[in-house]
Ligand binder design. Structure first.
Ligand code: C2E
Ligand code: MG
Ligand code: MG
Length: 291
């Protein structure tokens, strides 16, 4: 017991960074137990088909035509109900489970494209989030190629969303991976743009297709002049570099108006639609683009 408790305290100390000391507290034990049981449950989730995807449209501001949709992971926990990814993605990354989960997301997205096409819908591109660990897998391109072949979906139907921090390590390797993905026809989006460490030179070098302005900047449009200035600067820069921009988390008409008047052409957010399960996409969204 003593050893177990000291282990838990050590884990907490490591999490806080180097050179610090943490004494065991009973709430640490509670958290460690919760984490352990979540880990066990998450391992089961894939086997027991508890994971599912919701889809959120990304729309053109001028004609509200759906340009693409982002696939967002959900976990239907047998006891706790529907769980959002912010609650379990980190654990999935720390345990390496994200690689298998990410492969499931990729296959499921392609299967969904295929199923919608078979029902006669004209399906826009699907954007899939890629975690850092997945992006570093040597087999990433081969795995994606295999899934595309198996599901008979072409690469140009997919967009991969990666974050800024994934682009600054092992530059040569990143260049190669992105080239191979582009050769498959896949587009690359930089997610949560503006929150990470940004080196502007990589945007051109990597031939990024789209920047997604992080929700935190959009939220404070009109209240916070700094955020407003940052958005205006991102839009001007992207325009010069001929990179598309999507504003994330647009909830109000006022935000939309500001974005449109500063040259942003696409957005994603509750103002148009929350992420929806596939049947609701069929009943609500398809009707507008597949009349
Ligand atoms: P993200 O990729 O930046 O996804 C956008 C998040 O913003 C989603 O949260 C979406 O529901 C939320 N959102 C969209 N519009 C609005 C709005 O108008 N207002 C507000 N308040 N929120 C809005 P969600 O689905 O909880 O996902 C959170 C994060 O989890 C994602 O952020 C992404 O980083 C990660 N994630 C989701 N699915 C996957 C996945 O399949 N694989 C990986 N590796 N990560 C994923
Ligand atoms: Mg995303
Ligand atoms: Mg984002």
């Amino acid at each position: 017991m003593l050893l177990k408790n000291s282990d838990i305290a050590m884990y907490h100390a490591k999490k806080k960074g180097r050179n610090n000391c943490q004494f065991f507290k009973s709430e640490m034990n509670k958290r460690a137990n919760e984490r352990h049981s979540m880990e066990v449950d998450l391992r089961n989730a894939l086997k027991c088909s508890e994971l599912l995807l919701h889809y959120q449209p990304i729309v053109n501001i001028d004609d509200t035509k759906v340009y693409s949709m982002e696939a967002l992971l959900r976990w239907r926990h047998p006891k706790n109900g529907l769980i959002c990814p912010t609650k379990f993605i980190r654990l999935a990354e720390e345990t390496g489970m994200i690689v298998l989960i990410g492969e499931w997301v990729m296959r499921q997205s392609c299967l969904q494209i295929k199923a919608w096409r078979e029902q006669g819908y004209e399906v826009p591109k699907l954007a899939i989030n890629l975690s850092a660990l997945q992006f570093r897998q040597k087999t990433l391109v081969a795995d994606i190629t295999r899934i595309l072949d198996e599901t008979e979906v072409e690469g140009h139907c997919l967009i991969l969303e990666i974050t800024e921090s994934q682009l600054i390590e092992n530059v040569e390797e990143v260049v190669r991976t992105l080239q191979q993905l582009r050769a498959l026809g896949i587009e690359i989006s930089v997610d949560d743009f503006g929150t990470g460490y940004s080196s502007l030179s990589y945007l051109k070098r990597y031939q990024i297709n789209t920047l997604k302005i992080d929700r935190s900047f959009v939220r404070d449009i009109s209240d916070n002049p700094e955020d407003t200035a940052i958005i205006a600067a991102i839009l001007a820069m992207a325009d010069n570099l001929k990179i598309n921009v999507v504003a994330e988390g647009v909830e109000t008409e006022e935000q939309l108006f500001f974005l449109a008047s500063h040259g942003c052409f696409r957005f994603q957010g509750y103002f148009f639609s929350k992420p929806l399960p596939a049947p609701e996409i069929e009943s609500r969204i398809w009707k507008s683009i597949n009349p």
